[in-house]
Design a protein around this ligand. Structure first.
Ligand code: SAM
Ligand code: SF4
Length: 337
């Protein structure tokens, strides 16, 4: 392995975690992510190919990026997903390879994913009630998703469930989720709704994580777990098998310890999800540019990573704050782009 100086941004943060969006396509239309009519999806020729992705991960791996998460859009819609995983696992620097999926197609893929070498799975599950699940995701696949959660556990995958907390979430449902973490060896993570939505910003849907945390603490005994560079504040459910995490992206920003960089499905390096700054790498990969040139471009992208996001500068207070922040930051897009 040809290892180089580690990737450190202009604010002294070490970057060791890459999120790769494999596609912008999705078969769900979650209210916080994509409008019901979809977004102008990329044409297939715009996606990075498997070998381009693999080369990028190999090169960024030489700079100390050892954790890789595959995401989207819905990453399991990529037909070559198993080949991608297999090829990424052959890269010596990839110590942890995970995926975030809506799990609607996960069931039959659990075993092949395990065989291909995937290490961990995060599953998005926004409700334990089929009707509310459908209202949030516009998908009828609640039962397939829940079944896939159990299949993934049976196959021995470490599983985290991501649930985006939205106004309307009931005390009863929060308790149902924590019971799941008590009864099964998985982590339920409550994610604060972030101002990142192809549907337009919906401050009316925001439920601060603090409200959820209070309900969880009123109903369960929890023991704090060490953070270990994790963005979630995590707690073991006392006497149970799993844990609960709270990710307060909006109200309790963790920019100071951010170690992430992103690669979009169409080959742009995005150093921060909440910034418009991005650097295209697709042409270099497609034209088979020398390794040094690609590494230089990766370093440049890390160097322009902003210190913090815009809502960090003006923290959450009221719906009016959201409106004014949003008016001056018209950056409405999905996570997949
Ligand atoms: N389609 C896959 C899925 O839903 O798991 C992967 C992509 S999705 C964009 C990645 C994660 O981002 C999901 O857990 C989803 O719930 C979360 N997410 C999407 N939009 C969000 C928003 N506006 N606020 C908070 N989390 C969001
Ligand atoms: Fe699709 Fe994931 Fe966005 Fe939901 S959150 S619409 S599943 S990409």
């Amino acid at each position: 392995m040809n290892s180089q100086e580690p990737l450190i941004d202009s604010h002294g943060r070490r970057i060791d975690y890459l999120r790769v969006s494999l596609t912008d396509l999705c078969n769900f239309r979650c209210v916080y992510c994509m409008p019901a009519e979809g977004i102008p999806f990329l044409s297939p020729s715009k996606y990075l190919t498997r070998s381009e992705i693999v080369r990028f991960v190999r090169l960024i791996g030489q700079l100390g990026v050892t954790r890789v998460r595959l995401t989207g859009g819905e990453p399991l819609l990529r037909r070559d997903i198993l080949d991608i995983i297999h090829a990424l696992k052959e890269i010596e620097t990839v110590r942890d390879l995970s995926i975030t999926t809506n799990a609607s197609r996960l069931g039959p893929l659990v075993e092949p994913l395990k065989e291909a070498g995937l290490d961990r799975i995060n599953i998005s599950l926004d409700s334990m009630e089929p009707e509310r699940f459908k209202a949030v995701t516009l998908s009828d696949t609640f039962h397939q998703v829940l079944e896939a959660v159990f299949l993934a556990l049976q196959a021995g995958f470490p599983v985290k469930l991501n649930m985006v907390v939205l106004k309307g979430l009931t005390r009863q449902e929060i308790v149902q989720f924590v019971r799941l973490a008590r009864d099964y060896p998985l982590e339920v993570r409550f994610l604060e709704f972030m101002p990142l939505c192809g549907t337009g910003w919906r401050p009316d849907l925001v439920l601060p994580i603090q409200d959820v945390r209070s309900i969880v603490f009123e109903n369960f005994e929890l023991e704090e777990l060490l953070r270990n560079g994790n963005v979630a504040q995590s707690f073991a459910v006392r006497g149970g098998k799993g844990s609960v995490g709270f990710i307060a992206s909006l109200t309790e920003s963790f920019c100071d310890s951010c170690s992430r960089i992103r690669l979009t499905a169409d080959g742009k390096i995005r150093p921060c999800l909440f910034s418009e700054k991005e650097v295209s790498i697709k042409e270099l990969l497609r034209n088979n540019a020398p390794d040094e040139e690609i590494i230089r471009t990766i370093r440049h992208a890390a160097a322009i990573k902003p210190k913090g996001n815009w809502f960090n500068e003006k923290p959450f207070r009221s719906d009016e704050d959201y409106d004014s922040i949003f008016a001056s930051n018209p950056m409405i897009r999905t996570l997949g782009g």
